[in-house]
Write a protein that binds this ligand. Structure first.
Ligand code: XMP
Length: 179
């Protein structure tokens, strides 16, 4: 495992994002919706640095299953999303990879009738995007490696790490063989 982004760098960048978002949404009714489970840590850190009033909600989306790093069928659960009438929504996710998850979520959340929908991602993986979507706010652009830590997992492990690390492809293969 190689450290990709330190906890200090994450802290500084999420503070910058919070300042920018606070400025852009000042005096507007904002609801931030985090995408479970990978965005939990980022959601908690970013919202606590946001100096404007806002509401927090969550939804569930998953495309990875168990010991694999390849996406499968996308499953979305909007049951936990609060009422969005009269609200501006900021969808918050851990990572923009192919872009399929976030673009599908934007379309589904728009159906719930908010005033607007924008996106914020902690990470954007370069060279992988299949769906054209520009995140409105982005923490870091990273190379095409599988990352864990700070909420991101491999087979539900490593979410608790305070930093972001790249997993060695050989270790991923070994992990898959052992299953
Ligand atoms: P797409 O391809 O739809 O993927 O943009 C977004 C979702 O895929 C997961 N993902 C990762 N999770 N390390 C992870 O732990 C990664 O390197 C990675 N790449 C994609 C993640 O759940 C994200 O919301």
């Amino acid at each position: 495992m190689q450290t990709l982004i330190t906890d200090r760098a994450i802290r500084e960048r999420s503070h910058e994002l919070a300042m920018q978002i606070g400025h852009d949404y000042e005096a507007r009714p904002l609801t931030i919706i985090g995408v479970l489970t990978g965005s939990l840590v980022f959601l908690a850190d970013l919202t606590r640095q946001l100096a404007i009033p806002h509401r927090i909600g969550v939804l569930q989306a998953s495309s990875y299953r168990g010991a694999t790093t390849e996406p499968g069928l996308l499953r979305i659960n909007l049951e936990l999303v609060p009422d969005l009438q009269g609200r501006h929504v900021l969808l918050l996710d851990d990572i923009l990879d192919t872009g399929q998850t976030l673009s599908a979520l934007v379309e589904q959340v728009k159906q719930l009738g908010p005033l607007s929908v924008r996106t914020v991602v902690l990470l954007r993986k370069l060279g992988r995007q299949l769906v054209a979507l520009e995140p409105d706010y982005c923490g870091f652009e990273i190379p095409d490696v599988f990352v864990v830590g700070y909420g991101l997992d491999y087979n539900d492990e490593f979410r608790h790490l305070p930093f972001l690390a790249g997993l060695d492809p050989e270790d991923i293969a070994l992990g898959c063989e052992r299953r």
